[in-house]
Write a protein that binds this ligand. Structure first.
Ligand code: MLT
Length: 389
């Protein structure tokens, strides 16, 4: 019999967190259990109708049926540059060289290391964090060092906690605010310190800004790293239309920032994919240009859910961090179980699906993540099931 062993760097990966959760959920659902699914940050609210209409119109145009541009439709990239100026005061982005369309930000984040990491190069990740940061680096043959995010630092990395030699070796650092899974936010001052450090050590800064639009205090909107003067010298930032406009299934996102980094990512992408469907990009333009009133409504819905969930968790005596942004609540595992044991037990006994903190790195142990992606009554029901357990 032939033996098709996986390549070592693939074989060494754990199962993809969210695929493993889906599998466990499906097994329990097959037994007829009433599942409350809070395991993935996948908005349950529908994509606004005007975005669907824009897709429909664009899909009827035969000009959109052929291969799209590898780097994305210029009009989509121009809409991104305008949105960055309006939302983040990041003026003057050149859509031709400083913006690229992505088929969801996951693929962009996963592909970027291929362009800049040589085998043996070092990248810094800040766990607990999205598993794809480390995976992309490992696929490129790089090594990963952790700069853990601790509760006592409100989940910001201690930039001075690493020695100079490590900073000088680090080719890339990934940061993510509002954070998944912790929901922590960063200030422009933090980004300014990071940019300064990165410039001094020739380190690429990768900012994942997927959750910037789901904030709960309009006076404290999450900033972009690119608002820091000089950030474009070292940074690339990813934003996705997935969470902002309830478009996870559409696969549309963008990377913005340093021209060399955009160009390197583009070089990988043109070799491995053929771009995002033009009609989806047309719908993306409509979303970026007219979506704000809809995002405003979604924020109000998430805020009600957040408040109800946090109140129920407090009443049940479950420690948690009240998020100021994102669709997640980061909570302490009650009792003595590991986060994986707790999550498995919870699913089997109650049908409630949450994410184990350890799925985001070892320093996520002791915590679990709740996604606010079902309605308020179901969230209350879920916390009630958790507390009864
Ligand atoms: C999450 O639940 O962490 C995200 O939805 C996963 C993703 O964006 O790919």
């Amino acid at each position: 019999m032939p033996n098709f062993a996986l390549a070592e760097r693939v074989a060494s990966l754990p199962p993809y967190l969210f695929a493993a959760i889906d599998k466990a959920k499906a097994e329990v659902a097959a037994q007829g259990v009433d599942i409350i699914s809070l395991g993935i940050g996948d908005p349950d609210l529908p994509t606004p109708e005007f975005i669907i209409d824009a897709l429909y119109e664009a899909a009827k145009n035969p000009a959109n049926h052929q291969y799209p541009s590898y780097t994305g439709m210029m009009r989509f990239r121009e809409a991104v540059a305008r949105w960055y100026a309006q939302r983040f005061d990041v003026e003057g982005l050149d859509p031709a060289t400083e913006v690229i369309t992505l088929i969801g930000s996951k693929e962009g984040i996963g592909h970027l290391p291929w362009a800049f990491i040589n085998p043996g190069d070092l990248a810094l990740i800040c766990p607990p964090c999205y598993p794809v940061y480390a995976t992309g680096v490992k696929f490129a043959g790089g090594e990963v060092q952790e700069l853990p995010l601790l509760e006592e630092n409100d989940y910001l990395p201690d930039l001075d906690g690493l020695d100079e030699e490590t900073w000088n070796r680090a080719k890339m650092i990934f940061v993510n605010y509002p954070g998944n899974p912790t929901a922590a936010t960063a200030t422009t001052e933090f980004y300014a310190r990071l940019v300064e450090k990165a410039k001094a050590t020739n380190t690429i800064v990768v900012s994942d800004l997927a959750y910037s639009e789901i904030y709960y205090d309009a006076a404290q909107k999450p900033p972009s790293i690119l608002a820091v003067p000089g950030a474009k010298d070292v940074a690339i930032e990813f934003h996705s239309l997935s969470k902002t406009y309830n478009m996870t299934g559409w696969r549309i996102a963008m990377a913005v920032g340093n021209e060399q980094l955009i160009n390197g990512l583009g070089k990988i992408k043109e070799n491995v994919d053929s771009g995002a469907f033009n009609a989806v990009q047309e719908a993306g333009i409509a979303a970026l240009e007219q979506g704000e009133p809809h995002v405003e409504k979604a924020r109000a819905i998430y805020k009600e859910r957040r408040d109800a969930t946090c109140a129920a968790l407090s009443a049940a005596g479950i420690e948690h961090r009240v998020p100021e942004a994102s669709v997640f609540v980061w909570a302490r595992v009650p009792g003595n179980k590991t986060s994986a044991e707790f999550v498995t037990h919870l699913l089997k006994k109650t049908g409630v699906v949450v994410t184990p903190g350890s799925g985001f790195g070892e320093c996520g142990e002791g915590y679990f993540r709740i996604s606010l992606t079902v309605d308020t009554d179901r969230l209350k029901e879920a916390v009630s099931r958790i507390s009864q357990l």
